[in-house]
Each structure stands twice: as C-alpha cells, then as structure tokens.
Ligand binder design. Sequence first.
Ligand SMILES: Cc1cc2nc3c(=O)[nH]c(=O)nc-3n(C[C@H](O)[C@H](O)[C@H](O)COP(=O)(O)OP(=O)(O)OC[C@H]3O[C@@H](n4cnc5c(N)ncnc54)[C@H](O)[C@@H]3O)c2cc1C
Length: 510
Amino acid sequence: MLEADLLSRIHDVAIIGGGINGAGIARDASGRGLSVALIEANDLGGATSSASTKLIHGGLRYLEFYAFGLVRKALAEREVLLDIAPHISWPQSFVLPHSPGDRPEWMLRAGLFLYDNLARRKIVPGSTRIDLRQDRAGRALSPSFSRAFRYWDGWVDDARLVIANLQDARDKGALILPRTRVVRAEFDGDLWTLSLGDGSHLKARRIVNAAGPWASEVARSVMDRNDAPALRLVQGSHIITRRVHLGRDAFMLQQPDGRIIFVIPYERDYSLIGTTERDIATPEAAAITAEESDYLLAAANRYLSRPLTRADIVHSFAGVRPLILEQGKGDRETTRDYRLVDHEGVPAMTVVGGKITTYRVLAEDVLKRIAPKSKPWTAGTPLPGGAVEKLRGETGQQAFKRWLDNLVAEQENYDPKLVRRLALILGTAAEPLLTTGLGMNVGGLFEAELDHYVRNEWATCADDVLWRRTKMGLHIDNAGKAEVARWFGEVPGPAEPELPFTHRFATPGG
Ligand SMILES: Cc1cc2nc3c(=O)[nH]c(=O)nc-3n(C[C@H](O)[C@H](O)[C@H](O)COP(=O)(O)OP(=O)(O)OC[C@H]3O[C@@H](n4cnc5c(N)ncnc54)[C@H](O)[C@@H]3O)c2cc1C
C-alpha cells in the first residue's frame, strides 16, 4: 500500500516514539492484525535506544535492591532475545574480580547463585569461580587481583534491534514515519487526530506514547494529559577506548563508591566503558562531561594492568534513562522496571521506564491491555535477519553460527571478515547482497550495502549509517566518512580531529 493511502486511513494504534519500546509495540501489534502507525521525531532508535550499554541482562546489581521480580523477568527474556535475534546478539561472559574492601565474597557467590537459578537457562552458561593468575582474562588486570567470578549475560546491538523490529512491523503493514515529530494530538470523543511536524495529519483510535525520556513531556504538551508520572532523567555516559581485553570476557568492576562499571569488548578493536549516572533536567541537555570521562578512566584504571589515558578515548556517547521518579530513592535504587499508564477518560497510554532487555514483554503487556483477545506471538518468532533453519535441538544461536560458517565457506570470493561483518549486521539479508554483488567501495562501506540501509532501513544521512545501522564510524577515517557523506549528497563538514571525538546525542528537536 502506498504511504499516502496509509496516511489517510484510520489506524487502530498510533505510536509516538521509534525507540525500542515503540518499535517492539509496533511489531507485536501489527502481527496481531492491528493497523499501526509509528511516528518518530528523529532517526529510528536515534535516542536512548542507541546509547545503552547494550546488555541483555537481568541486572546482577539489582539483586542488592531485592528487585527479584524484575531480575527474573529480565533473565527469562535474555534467553528469548538471544534466540530470536541471533545475528545481532550473543551470550557475553563477564569477569568480576574480587578484592578485600569490595562486597564480601560470600555475598557475590550468593548473588551469582540466585542469578544462575532465578530463571530457566538453555543458552547462557552458569557462573564459575576463577583464578586470575591462571586465567587468560587476568592478563589484562593488575596482578593484585587474583580471585574472580565469571558469569554470563547477553549482548545486543541496540540500534539494530530497533530496526529489526520495525522492519517486521512494516512487513506486516505498519506505517513507519521517521523524522516526523508529533506536535499535537487531539481526541474528539471518537478518534485522535495527530498533527505532524510536516503539516500532515493522521487519525487513530488509540495512542501509545512511547517517547522514552520525553514521555511525560509528550503526555502533557502534545496530548494535554496531566496524569503521566514524573520522570527522573538520569544521564549515563560511555567512552570507547583502544581495546584493553585480551580475550572475549567483559569486566564488571566494583568501585569504592559502590557503583559498578562495565568494560566490554566492542567492535573487535575497542572496549566500551560505562556507565555513569547523573541527574539532568532535560533530555536535550545530554552530553558526556569531562568529569564523566575521567571517572570512567579512573574506574577502569583501578583494575587494568596497562592504564588508559584520555588519548586512548576514540569516541563517547551519552544517553538518558527515563526512570520513574520514586521519592526518597537515589538514582541507583530507582527501579528499572516499566509502568504502563492508562490516561483517564481517553484511549491513550503512556509507557514509562523500561530496559532494552524487557522491551518485548513490555510490548506484550501493552497488547494485553489494548487487544486483550489477541494472542502473544513474538517470543517464538525470529526477527528479520535472524530466521535461520534450526536442526533438532539447536538454539537460535547455534543455528545462526552454523549458517554463518556455511555462508563464509560459500562466499569464498569475499574476505571472510567482510562476510562476517555484513552477516552480524544484516543476518540472512547479507546473503542476497553478497550474491548479487556489493558494488563500489564507498569509504569502506559498499554501494549495495548503503542502498540497503536507505531502501530497507530508513537511513537518510551518513550519521544514520556510520553510527546506528553500522558502527563503521569507528573503523573508517575522516576521508572515508566524507565519501559516505558525499554519497548521501551531503556536504562533508569540516574534518574533525581523528582522535578523540564525541558523537552528539540525537534529540527530537534537532
Ligand atoms: C546509559 C544507558 C545505559 C543503558 N544500558 C542498558 C542495558 O545495558 N540494557 C538494557 O536492557 N537497558 C539499558 N538501558 C535502558 C534502555 O536503553 C532504555 O530503557 C530504552 O532504550 C528506552 O527506549 P524507549 O523506546 O523508551 O526510548 P527512546 O529510545 O529514547 O525512544 C523514544 C523516542 O521518542 C521520540 N520522540 C520524543 N518526542 C517525540 C515526538 N513529539 N514525536 C515523535 N517522536 C518523539 C524520540 O526522538 C526518541 O527516539 C540503558 C539506558 C541508558 C541511558
């Protein structure tokens, strides 16, 4: 159906916000036969949902706050996501070094025992105790650390998870409108009319406001609702540095102030270090500060055998956690769970809080309320790119690994690294691209690849591709980035210093 026809029809649901929560709801609702429109002010996944630590995790540290329900829900979901998105997610091991003065060892052991057993596990291994003097992971750490635990969680490319959900929603008939702001939503007793930033209008029976850190603001100023809970906006920042890891383990590092910092192997050549927590007034204000960078460097250096300096930072980013404001609680104790708020007297709901990890169950909860007779379906259905045939007894992860090994063998004319790079972004969609040919090299990406991001993934500018559809912004130099910009018809900006540089946080107004 043409976009104009889709715009003129009355939608069952209009979703405001194309982060992971909006995308998950759009996918689930379209698959249940509802007609869906999703409107996103900027790039899809361009805000919080591309600025996370990218863990599919129960949240070991939330056990300290007795958040057993949330941890169990998230741990169960970890297995589901690893199974339905095997091309963009994988199990990730974490080494948790222990030293006197940290949380006592019995407490860590008890916490990990709970973590291993709160939910059924098929894909993710359990925890073990390790000797850092013998284990390879120990070589990256100062010799003063000898004891540690190794436990497992999951890792996911957050920005690609958003796109995969939206591709499925679109394939099931949803209208997806990126770079379109909802400026007003009015209810006439029967239908909502949404006024969009480009001057067009859209009609819907119901609204789901999934505007993340902007959710309260959108409820109030766009929908005229005063009954959405206040949000606590907590900025979290990450730095990306030269790789400090020798193997595949990530590190979970306890800090003297009680915080925990993750150091995660990232994009083959780098390490991702985060996160900080700092209250901010508006999402637009999010930007990493020099103090945050220094805090993260110091937190990692407390443990590393070869300390990092500012010169080792190649990139950084900041995101905003939309937490539910809980009076009297600090940022670390504030719940990471979500809440669905039905607005009084109108068919509209605001989604507040949440995690990447729980987006799919959040969507199911939304659908339980707005389409109670329909059936959940997303737990067992792979996302686009992740649907490979499973042999009997295989998990999605095992089946994908087998498929990928075959693909590398079949595509013998290509460098295996290139085949793997594309497969770990596009999943099964990499195969037809490779078979029909990738075309010209454009600054380190390929013409057919760029075409794919534009045609199938709503990319409209170099930044969309360099930082969200792929992370090639980390791997190619300024000349390569300028070539990609020219391919999009952009005039490349003034050359930035090659290192270090900061990627700005995308805001709905920007
Ligand atoms: C630093 C950090 C680390 C995190 N790490 C993890 C982690 O490791 N694992 C995990 O599970 N979770 C993690 N999270 C939490 C997770 O990232 C968020 O819960 C999730 O991304 C929120 O998604 P969302 O869709 O609600 O919001 P967003 O992704 O912010 O999407 C909301 C969208 O609404 C759009 N919007 C706003 N106003 C309008 C309007 N008027 N019209 C149209 N569109 C509008 C915005 O442009 C935005 O794209 C982390 C969060 C942060 C900040």
